[in-house]
Design a binder for this molecule. Structure first.
Ligand SMILES: NC(=O)c1ccc[n+]([C@@H]2O[C@H](COP(=O)([O-])OP(=O)(O)OC[C@H]3O[C@@H](n4cnc5c(N)ncnc54)[C@H](O)[C@@H]3O)[C@@H](O)[C@H]2O)c1
Length: 321
C-alpha cells in the first residue's frame, strides 16, 4: 500500500482519534483538524508527537480550508470528514449552527476535494438519517427527507444525498459506535459509555422505557476497518468507494440485556431504574449491511469482547483521577 497523506477532521474526537492512530500506524501521514467543540486534547495523546501527524485547531466552517492544506501538502489525497455537531438534542436547540457545520461545511469540503482531484472523500453519515423508519433491517434506500426527526438527521441526510448524487466520495452511515475514548461525561453520550460509567461508579443504571428497545452496536475498531476499505487503504485496496453504505454489525441487542452484561463486567449493583420513554426514541434498529459486506467489510469484534475492552479502558481512566 502506497503511503498517503490524509486529512482527518474531528481527529480529537472519539472515532477520529482511533482513525488517526490507525492511519499513522499503517504508515500514512495525517493532517488533523479539530476545534475541541466536543473533542479533547487528551484523545490525541497517543499520536500528538508522531512525526507523521500535523494538528490544526480550526473549524471546518472556515472557507478555503482544504485549498490551504493542499497548498502546504500537495500530496494530500484523501479526506475523512468526521467533524460534526454530534448531539441530536443540541441540534434541535441550535438548528442553524448544525446546518452550517454538518451540512454547509461538508458541502464545501466535498466540492473542494473534487475540484482538487483528490482520490477519496469519506463522510461520517449516521443511522439518524433514517429518522422514524421502522422497516428492518434498515436499508440504505429507506432514508427519506420527509421522515427526519432532527436537524442532525437532516444535515447528515442532505450531506449523504449530495455525495451519492455527485458520484464522488462516499458516506458511511454508522449505527451505534462504542469503545474506549467515547465521552461518558457528555450528557448526550451513547448508552454504553453511560452504563459503563454508572457501573464503575456503583450507581444504578437508568433506562428510559422498558429496556426492550434494540440497537445495532458496533465496536470502534470495526468502524476503523470500514473507513480503510472506504478510502481504498485496506490491504485489498478495493476502494475508494462511492455512494452510501450502512456500517453496523447487522444484528441488535436490547438495552436491558446490555445493562445486564455491563453490570456483570463492572460488578455493578444490578438494580435498574426505569424512567418514562423519551419522545422520538425509535423502538428497534439494526442495519442491513449487504452493501458494505459486498465491499469486503465484516464486523469482527464480538460484542462482549468490545464491551470488556471498553470497561477496562474506563476503569483505567477512572483510576487516574
Ligand atoms: N459515535 C457514534 O455512535 C456515531 C454514530 C453515527 C455517526 N457518528 C458520526 O461520526 C463522527 C464522529 O463522531 P464521534 O462519536 O467521534 O463524536 P465526537 O464528538 O467525539 O467527535 C466529533 C469531533 O468533531 C469536532 N468538531 C465539531 N465541530 C467542529 C468544527 N466546526 N470544526 C472542527 N472540528 C469540529 C469535535 O470537537 C470532536 O472532536 C461524527 O460526524 C458523528 O456524527 C457517530
Amino acid at each position: 500500500m502506497d503511503k498517503k497523506t490524509c486529512l482527518v477532521t474531528g481527529c480529537a474526537g472519539f472515532v477520529g482519534s482511533h482513525l488517526t492512530a490507525a492511519l499513522l500506524a499503517a504508515g500514512h501521514d495525517v493532517v488533523g483538524v479539530d476545534n475541541f467543540f466536543t473533542g479533547y486534547e487528551h484523545n490525541m495523546a497517543g499520536f500528538r508527537d508522531h512525526p507523521g501527524f500535523e494538528f490544526h485547531e480550526v473549524s471546518i466552517t472556515e472557507k478555503g480550508l482544504l485549498e490551504r492544506f493542499k497548498d502546504n501538502h500537495p500530496e494530500l489525497d484523501v479526506v475523512f470528514q468526521l467533524a460534526a455537531i454530534v448531539s441530536v438534542p443540541y441540534s434541535v436547540e441550535h438548528p442553524e449552527l448544525t446546518m452550517e457545520v454538518n451540512f454547509e461545511a461538508n458541502e464545501r469540503m466535498h466540492a473542494s476535494a473534487r475540484k482538487l482531484g483528490m482520490r477519496g472523500f469519506v463522510f461520517a453519515g449516521s443511522a439518524a438519517e433514517y429518522g422514524e423508519e421502522d422497516r428492518l433491517p434498515v436499508r440504505e434506500e429507506y432514508a427519506d427527507e420527509a421522515t427526519q426527526l432532527s436537524p442532525y438527521g437532516i444535515a447528515k441526510y442532505k450531506s449523504s444525498f449530495l455525495i451519492e448524487a455527485s458520484g464522488f466520495g462516499c458516506s458511511l452511515r454508522f449505527f451505534n459506535i462504542f469503545g474506549p475514548r467515547q465521552d461518558p461525561t457528555s450528557q448526550y453520550s451513547g448508552v454504553i459509555s453511560k452504563f459503563v460509567d454508572f457501573g464503575l461508579a456503583g450507581k444504578n443504571m437508568v433506562i428510559f422505557g422498558d429496556g426492550e428497545q434494540t440497537r445495532d452496536f458496533i465496536y470502534v475498531d470495526d468502524v476503523v476497518s470500514a473507513y480503510l476499505i472506504a478510502a481504498g487503504l485496506d490491504s485489498e485496496g478495493r476502494g475508494p468507494l462511492t455512494g452510501i453504505y450502512n456500517v453496523g454489525t447487522g444484528s441488535s441487542i436490547s438495552v436491558l440485556r446490555l445493562a445486564g452484561i455491563v453490570a456483570k463486567l463492572t460488578s455493578a449493583p444490578t438494580e435498574i431504574e426505569f424512567r418514562p420513554e423519551r419522545a422520538g426514541d425509535i423502538k428497534h434498529s439494526y442495519a442491513d449491511v449487504t452493501r458494505i459486506t459486498g465491499k469486503g467489510f465484516k464486523a469482527e469484534v464480538p460484542f462482549e469482547d468490545g464491551l470488556a475492552r471498553t470497561v477496562r479502558w474506563a476503569a483505567d481512566e477512572s483510576g487516574k483521577d
